[in-house]
Each structure stands twice: as C-alpha cells, then as structure tokens.
Ligand binder design. Structure first.
Ligand code: 5CA
Length: 445
C-alpha cells in the first residue's frame, strides 16, 4: 500500500476522552472512530489488525479440530425463553421488536442458538464429539462501556461450543480448548495467564479466564510467579490425545492463579512469599464447562450405543478478538507509539522515502516495494511529500515492526537502512540483503 493512496487519519494531539494508552494510541494511529458509546468503526489500519487476529484464531481453532461456521447477530427471544435466560440476562441484553412485533435480540452470546442447531441436526452418539465455533459481532449493553475497544458494547468475539457424550469426553474438550488458547495468545506475542474464575451468566462450575497482565486491566488477580515462566513454544500438541492435553492443563493449573472472585487468601499465603504476585489483568478469553444445563432445558439429546437418549454435555469458549487489539497494545508500546508483534502487524514493513521526487530514491523505494510484494509481504510505503521527521513519527506511532529508510546519502554507498521498531537498532545493507532479511524474518512467524 502506498500511503498517499491510503486512508490513515493519524492525530497529532492526544485525544482527551482516552484514559488508557491503548485507547489513546488506537485513536491517534487512526485505527478506530467511536460512533456512539462503546460502538466503533474500524478504520482501515484497525480493520487490518482485527482481520489478522481473526485469521490467527481460525488457524488455531481449525488445528484443534474445531469446525468454523457463522451464526446471525440477531436472535429470536423464543429460544432464550427455553433456557430461561431471556429474563435472567437483564438490561445487558439489547432487545428489539420486528415489524410483526416479534421479540428479537442482538446476541450477547450463542449457547441457545447453537443448541437449537445441534438438536435439529444431530441425534446419534456417532456424530460426537463435535465442536462448532464462529467469530461474530456481539452486543452487550454494558453499564459502563470504557477504554475504547476493551469494554465495548458491540465487540467481536470468537465463541465455540463443544458437544460430548459424557463428562470425560467433555473434560477433554475443555482441556483441548485450554491448550489451544495458550497457543493462540502465545502466537499473538502475548502472555495470557489462565486463572480460576467465576462463570457469571454462562453458568457451570469449571471455568478459567485468560488474563494479560496490565496495570490498566479491569480484573484483580493473584498468582504464583512460577506460572509466568511457562511457555508452549514449539511443542507439538496432539489435540486428539487426552493425556497430552490434560498434562498441559495440569502444568498451567498447578501454580496458584485466581481472579479476585475465586481468590483464597489461605491458599495464596502458602506460596513462598517472593513468588506471591498481586496484579491487574485484561480478560482476553474464558472457557466454561456447564454439562447439561442447556441441553436439558432445550431437549438436545443423542441416542447412545445402547439405544438410550441422553442430554449432551456442553461447554462454551470465548476469545475477545476486538478486545485483544487493545490488550496487545497495552502489552507492547513505548512513548512513541505501538510496537506490533510480527504475527499481527497490519503491514509487515514500512518504507520511508527521505527525498520523495528524487529519481534515484523513488526508484529504489519502488524496487523495495515491489520486491517485498513478490515475497508475499505487505509493505506500507510512505511516498508522501513530507518532512522526514513527520514520516518517522507516523511509522513509530503505527508501530510496524520493521522500517526501511531510503535516502540519497545511503544510496551513494549502495545501502538502505533497516530499523527494528522494538529495539530501535538500525543496520545498513544493500537492497537485496534487506529483502532477504525480511523474507527470513517473516518465514519464521
Ligand atoms: N459464551 C461464552 C463463551 S463463548 C462467553 O460469552 N464468554 S465471555 O462472556 O467470557 O466472553 C468471552 C470474551 O469476550 C471475554 O473473555 C472477553 O475477552 C470478551 N468480552 C466480553 N465482554 C466484552 C466487552 N464488553 N467488550 C469487549 N470484549 C468483551
């Protein structure tokens, strides 16, 4: 993309309405614009990051054996009456009537809708286990939407639902989700610690939240610092293997880690003092096992091998995709702007032309631009007639992990400059080497 042809409405001033750094930087980098309280337009740069996260979530879900689909945002109240949640959900649910005065709602989550799909089409134990998921907009009429996309009213969420024949099989589904979530966040360059939590309106007793530590997080958390040393890294996970998944879950749930709602001071005080941590966190996902809560209420049964009809065991599993954009920025920024991890960056590399209109710099920038695209990379070329300082400030603000700088002085020696956004370290090298370096960097991501 050439910046002269793009839509990147960056702001020079700090917007006064933003209280936390991610909200401020998302507004300043022209990623979002509020349309009303807790509801945002995703401008081109923000939309690119959202799409990247969505794609990464799909990849990890599919590799765990889960099946993607798409359910609507608008649901019928009747289904929610079956589960008893239509009244119970209260003011957080946005309720609307259609022209026939039928009661509808904008879905805050999809347990009822998916259970209805399941009971219509699945009747035999032979079709289990099965996990269906989608990534779709949700609406919750939060009493206090704030911090930009962190606590929105409309937000983008991955929600998945497992259907299993019995408790043991459903437990494996829970464990498999647990492991796939660890991998998902790690690939996004984040550390999200799984913590025992409370289930709220979804129900059930087994539940973990995944939290990214940040001072601005809304949740108070207590944990053993040993949990922060754990990594999935490049372990090969066999999602079909019950023991493999159970062992990984055990590894992450052995150190104490709980949100304030389930915190137990007596247990916490048994951790060696130097490892006790109290902090705040951003909840970027939650998994639940709630057994037959919905399948019994909505009569979702399968016939077992012995011919008996039994309600299926279920759980649901959510990732806050739009919230993650903010969470990643909270975890990765400096005083000049965002620092995107390579796996989610909106553009792989920025190209800064220090002397736009100069035949040689223009031509080398074009070579780099085309060369990167041939390699399958997506560069952002700042081809505007602007001062170098302004171009650098924009690149720093929008946080691309790598910047290529092209100016007459370097070209005299046959080199361009490659700069890392995270370390600030620059290296001079010929065009070919720069292309090769970037190809190698992104091959690994
Ligand atoms: N049905 C279950 C799992 S699919 C469910 O709805 N879980 S949830 O309520 O925990 O939401 C899943 C994730 O969505 C949360 O962990 C959080 O990351 C994100 N989320 C929830 N509410 C909001 C909100 N108001 N704004 C942005 N993200 C949110």
């Amino acid at each position: 993309m050439r910046l002269s042809k793009y839509f990147l409405p960056v702001l020079k001033e700090n917007p006064s309405e933003a209280q936390i750094v991610s909200h401020r930087l998302m507004l300043r980098a022209g990623m979002i614009k509020q349309s009303s309280a807790g509801i945002y337009s995703w401008l081109p740069l923000g939309f690119k990051v959202l799409r990247k996260l969505e794609e990464l979530v799909h990849e990890e879900q599919i590799s765990a054996g889960h099946i993607p689909m798409l359910m609507p945002t608008i649901q019928s109240a009747d289904l929610w009456r079956e589960s008893g949640r239509y009244e119970a959900y209260g003011h957080e649910m946005l309720r609307v009537k259609d022209r026939h005065k039928r009661e509808m709602l904008y879905g805050p989550t999809n347990e009822e809708l998916i259970t209805d799909i399941f009971r219509t089409h699945v009747g035999s134990y032979k079709d289990l286990p099965m996990t269906l998921y989608h990534i779709q907009w949700k609406f919750r009429d939060e009493i206090r939407p704030r911090f930009g996309v962190m606590r929105g009213r409309e937000f983008f969420m991955k929600d998945g639902y497992n259907f299993d024949i019995d408790f043991e099989s459903a437990l494996h589904s829970y464990n498999r989700h647990f492991v796939s979530y660890l991998r998902t966040y790690e690939r996004m360059g984040l550390q999200a610690l799984p913590m025992r939590a409370e289930s709220g309106p979804i129900g059930g007793e087994n539940t973990h939240e995944f939290l990214v530590l940040a001072e601005t997080g809304e949740s108070e958390v207590f944990y053993d610092s040993a949990i922060a040393d754990l990594r999935i890294a490049d372990r090969k996970v066999d999602y079909k293997n019950w023991d493999d998944c159970a062992m990984i879950l055990k590894e992450w749930t052995t150190p104490y880690a709980r949100t304030v709602e389930t915190h137990d001071e007596a247990l916490f005080s048994q951790i060696p003092e130097e490892r006790q941590r109290k902090s705040r966190g951003i909840e970027v996902g939650q998994i639940f096992y709630f057994g037959t809560k919905y399948s019994e209420a909505m009569d979702a049964k399968v016939v077992t091998e012995s011919g008996e009809g039994v309600p299926v065991h279920m759980g649901s599993h959510g990732i806050g995709v739009s919230r993650l954009v903010g969470a990643i920025i909270e975890a990765s920024h400096d005083e000049n702007g965002i620092i995107w991890p390579e796996s989610v960056t909106p553009f792989h590399c920025g190209i800064v032309n220090l002397k736009q209109g100069d035949e040689e710099t223009d031509s080398v920038c074009d070579t780099l631009y085309r060369g990167l695209r041939v390699l399958g990379l997506d560069p952002l070329y700042d081809d505007r007639y602007e001062r170098a300082g302004g171009k650098f400030a924009t690149m720093d603000l929008i946080g691309l992990p790598w910047r290529l700088t092209v100016g007459p002085r370097g070209l005299k020696n046959g080199v361009v400059e490659l700069t890392s956004r995270s370390t600030g370290v620059s290296e001079e090298m010929p065009v070919e080497s720069a292309l090769q370096r970037l190809a190698e960097i992104y091959l690994k991501v």
